[in-house]
Design a protein around this ligand. Structure first.
Ligand SMILES: [Fe+2]
Length: 389
């Protein structure tokens, strides 16, 4: 038995911390910030950053416009902008996509090449991450992906639409700042779908086929915080205490999967995002209930433990899985998250190709129950109908 923790990230939980960000990166002279479209500008957060940098004499370049499911060519273009600016530090400010792009930019600045060169296809990637990245600061504005606490970054190929992740200990941020004031800016839909990503990651980390003492502890602790605070952050967006606990839950979930990877629901979610541009947390939510049911006889008493956190009873493997799924369905109904894939506007759908893509995601090999093409096809038919079995 071996359980190992390696976590080089300084995690700060501080309400209003974004207004005094530079003390966490005292060595920077040229800061390159990566963020989404307009929410941080509209909320005055970028102006706050501009003022801090001007006061400290730090040159700042802000790259806005990171979308959900960023394409590899777009990431490469951001690297060009960062190189032209001559950055010494990269800041990711936003949801998981912005932070993932910031990670890849910081890595590519020192390792070179295209982002897709580092994606493993058939077990091999064109290039390997060999050099430390530029210093990377992650400031999440959602409580979901846990990107601020993982060694992963995910990107979608512009032509094939295959969405895959890269992983290396160098991709851990130097600092992660969880600021509940920023999280209070999230619209309700984002609270819901990013929270379901955190839920899925916590559960997958907790029940991984590779689970260790460390990953179980972080996964279970994350689930507990999510169970206690998910509804509250939805109902009371200005409850900064609940926001902080939900953020810490998402970060702990990231810590758990950083050790053992995600598994079944995430592997199925990636082609849904890559091919149909469904937001990551929503795609994970679509796949979660069928994955819970599929794994129910292989997780020991972990579904009983998880269901209890959500106030549901346990019992047999079937009863515990059903209790957990019922708790999950209640949240989805309350948050108005549609769990029937067939209700989404997808265009042409080739579910066999989706299943092939899901099996190409390396994380699926860490699922506690082995998964075949026939299994994934069956599970995706449940996702299509919004059933768990
Ligand atoms: Fe995720």
């Amino acid at each position: 038995m071996k359980s190992r923790i390696f976590y080089p990230t300084e995690v700060v939980i501080e309400a209003g911390g974004h207004r005094s960000l530079l003390p966490y990166i005292p060595s920077t002279n040229r800061l390159f910030a990566v963020t989404g479209h307009s929410s941080m500008e509209d909320a005055g957060v970028l102006d706050t950053l501009r003022k801090q940098c001007a006061t400290a004499g730090v040159a700042l370049c802000i790259h806005k416009g990171i979308s959900t499911n960023p394409l590899h060519v777009d990431v490469d273009a951001v690297v060009d902008a960062c190189r032209n600016f001559g950055a010494d530090t990269v800041l990711g400010l936003g949801g998981g996509s912005s932070i993932d792009v910031a990670k890849m930019v910081a890595m590519l600045m020192t390792n070179g090449g295209s982002s897709w060169d580092y994606i493993s296809i058939g077990g091999n990637s064109l290039r390997k991450i060999e050099k430390p990245t530029l210093p990377l600061i992650a400031v999440p504005t959602t409580s979901g992906t846990g990107s601020e606490s993982t060694p992963y970054a995910v990107v979608t190929h512009a032509e094939t639409k295959m969405k895959k992740g890269m992983g290396h200990p160098y991709l851990y941020p130097k600092v992660a700042l969880l600021d509940p004031e920023l999280l209070a800016l999230m619209p309700p839909e984002q609270v819901a779908v990013t929270g379901f990503d955190a839920f899925g990651q916590a559960l997958e980390g907790y029940t991984s086929g590779r689970s260790t003492l460390h990953s179980e502890f972080y996964g279970y602790s994350a689930l507990k915080l999510i169970a206690e605070n998910f509804e509250r952050v939805f109902d009371y967006p200005n409850d900064l205490d609940a926001k902080a606990k939900m953020a810490w839950g998402a970060t702990l979930a990231g810590l758990s999967i950083g050790l053992v990877d995600v598994n079944l629901a995430h592997a199925m979610s990636h082609p849904l995002s890559g091919r149909f541009n469904i937001q990551h947390g929503r795609a994970v939510a679509l796949c979660t209930a069928p994955a819970i049911w599929f794994n129910r006889a292989h997780v020991g008493d972990k579904y009983t433990q998880a269901a209890a956190l959500f106030g549901s009873g346990g019992g047999s493997a079937d009863e515990s899985a059903k209790s957990l799924i019922d708790a999950f369905y209640q949240l989805a109904e309350k948050f108005d998250v549609d769990l029937k894939l067939k209700n989404y506007d997808l265009g042409d759908v080739d579910m066999d190709a989706v299943a092939v893509d899901a099996l190409e995601i390396g994380a699926i090999k860490t699922n506690v129950r082995p998964v075949s093409f026939e299994d994934v096809s069956m599970l995706l038919s449940h996702v299509w109908e919004g059933r768990y079995a």
